[in-house]
Design a protein. Structure first.
Length: 540
């Protein structure tokens, strides 16, 4: 329950990310929708979250599941109507839950009115809304590759030109150097602000100011100028929560993006931690010893303290499920899900929970025929073309593919997990018979209640939002432990992120205090059980 009138309310908030296509279907077409989300507000309120980030629900041909928008001002009929969106905004707000929309400002769909106009001719006023280079059919302007495979340049014979796209060919990049493009986007954003949304997530926002000739995508020279202008012309001063997605953000840039003067965004999603277990490409695994993860998180905690703001997340719709990735999705699934939750939610920043994370949902290693994601399907082909075996390519996709996160939300043990009465657009994970919301709500020891407790603690102990950060035992390869100090309190968080018992001595200052949260009952002396996590708070 957020107080949206309080300045910087998002510093105490917890955001829940919804992948609308997979959350709850209300009409049996196998696709989640807005009425479905509305019908689950009770559940979300029970969890205690303050805001819902909805992945794109705008009109879209769905080449990239809504990240290819054909009309920013319309709701895709498959998700519902504008009236239903207004109802959702209103009813959520009545429960103290804000709605964040996902703005895809780097590119549109190739079916957007602007792009269709642009194709009409070089002198069409919309032509310059996109990025074009002259050429000949078989020699693209340069060797840049697109995010989902293939060249970043697609040839249009009628124009004798190539257009630039960082993602799929169905997602042409907008030309942010054209002031008209920027003004159109700002007007559209103001329109959504007038509908009463609580904020925005901004897709690949560090990739909008690009220079394809120099092969520069992220962090182009005019990026900060454009982002400050965006802020001034739209949400600046409106006390909304704004979070930019920035794969290219390092600490110095993140300080600018989340500057306390509010001149850019509230915060950014940075991906340093999410890339620690991969070599070069997400499809190439490399080991990630725990000290490496701890060092990185610690650097971001101290690096933004007092001069920026962190977003905290283990999951999103592009990443594999955290219990399968850094936890144990077998025998210790519940304990490892709780331990990872405690580690993340003790940190300074705004936590994001991705739908089903609060149930400990796992990856879904489906055969190729059951996959739907454009990235995985193209990557499979590219890996095979590069000489990888079927087994190697599938192993990479099972480890990192985006459909792992996108399987339908598991509500019940019944047919299609209670997600739909029809045929789901992406198969339901067979483990819904065991992992589902109904079972979690009925079990006081479930992962759900650990998340509920962590969310509630953030609201009642100011140290969560304000405290500084000190990493304990940095070299320990099993235990992740730290203290947070501020606002007259000190927090101690310790978790054993391994399946073996670990030595851990409670710091002397905490001796005699009882834990605010302990995931496996009364903690033992001098050690943490496999995947055990504890959280203490003392007044100072
Ligand atoms: O993702 C940004 C992005 O760079 C992704 O391609 C990411 O690298 C990949 O999914 C991780 O392997 C955003 C959205 O979150 C994603 O869903 C969209 O597909 C993408 O932008 C294009 O809009
Ligand atoms: Ca539906």
């Amino acid at each position: 329950m957020a107080d949206f009138t309080k300045k910087d309310w998002w510093k105490e908030a917890v955001v829940y990310q919804i992948y609308p296509k997979s959350f709850q279907d209300s009409n049996g077409d196998g696709i989640g929708d807005l009425p479905g989300i509305l019908s689950r507000l009770d559940y979300l309120q029970k969890l205690g979250v303050d805001a819902l980030w909805l992945c794109p629900v705008f009109a879209s041909p769905q080449a990239d599941n809504g990240y290819d928008i054909s009309d920013y001002q319309a709701i895709d009929p498959m998700f519902g109507t504008m009236e239903e969106m207004r109802t959702l905004i209103r009813q959520a707000k009545a429960r103290g839950i804000g709605i964040l929309l996902d703005l895809v400002l780097n590119h549109t769909s190739d079916q957007h009115r602007w792009f269709r106009q642009a194709l009409q001719g070089r002198d069409n006023p919309y032509h310059d809304y996109y990025i074009w280079r002259d050429g000949t059919p078989d020699i693209p302007p340069n060797g840049m590759r697109a995010g989902f495979g293939g060249s970043a340049w697609t040839w249009v014979p009628e124009l004798g030109q190539y257009y630039f796209h960082q993602f799929a060919p169905q997602q042409p990049d907008l030309n942010w150097d054209n002031p008209k493009v920027r003004q159109e986007l700002y007007a559209m954003i103001r329109g959504w602000m007038a509908e009463g949304v609580a904020g925005f997530r901004l897709d690949v926002i560090d990739q909008v100011a690009k220079d394809p000739d120099l092969q520069v995508t992220a962090n182009g020279p005019r990026l900060m100028e454009y982002l400050r202008e965006l802020n001034r012309e739209t949400f600046g001063g409106a006390n909304l929560i704004t979070v930019g997605e920035a794969w290219g953000a390092d600490l110095a840039r993140a300080r600018q993006y989340s500057a306390p003067d509010g001149s850019v965004f509230s915060m950014v999603f940075q991906f340093e931690q999410m890339m620690l277990d991969q070599a070069g490409s997400k499809w190439n695994a490399r080991p990630m010893p725990l000290p490496v993860l701890k060092e990185s998180i610690a650097r971001w905690q101290t690096g933004l303290h007092g001069c920026g703001w962190n977003s905290l997340f283990w999951n999103n719709h592009d990443l594999p499920r955290i219990v399968s990735r850094w936890g144990d999705d077998g025998a210790c699934r519940v304990d490892s899900a709780k331990a990872l939750a405690v580690v993340l939610h003790g940190l300074q920043g705004t936590p994001y929970i991705y739908q089903g994370e609060e149930l400990g949902m796992t990856n879904a290693p489906y055969p190729l025929a059951d996959l739907r994601d454009i990235e995985s399907l193209n990557a499979y082909q590219e890996m095979r073309d590069a000489g990888k075996t079927d087994a190697e390519a599938m192993a990479a996709i099972h480890r990192m593919g985006r459909d792992n996160a996108r399987t339908p939300m598991q509500w019940t043990a019944g047919g299609n997990a209670g997600f739909t009465t029809g045929t789901p657009w992406l198969r339901v994970n067979p483990n819904h018979t065991e992992i589902n919301a109904e079972a979690a709500l009925a079990d006081p020891d479930s992962v759900f209640y650990t998340y509920q407790k962590l969310i509630a603690l953030r609201k009642c102990c100011p140290v969560f939002a304000e405290g500084d950060f000190t990493l304990l035992c940095p070299q320990d390869d099993q235990v992740f432990a730290y203290t947070r100090t501020g606002a007259g309190q000190q927090l101690l968080v310790a978790a054993n992120l391994s399946g073996r018992p670990a030595a851990f001595a409670l710091p002397r200052d905490f001796a005699g205090t009882s834990p605010l949260l302990a995931t496996q009952g009364q903690p033992a002396d001098g050690m943490l059980r496999p995947w055990e996590a504890v959280l203490y708070c003392r007044q100072i």
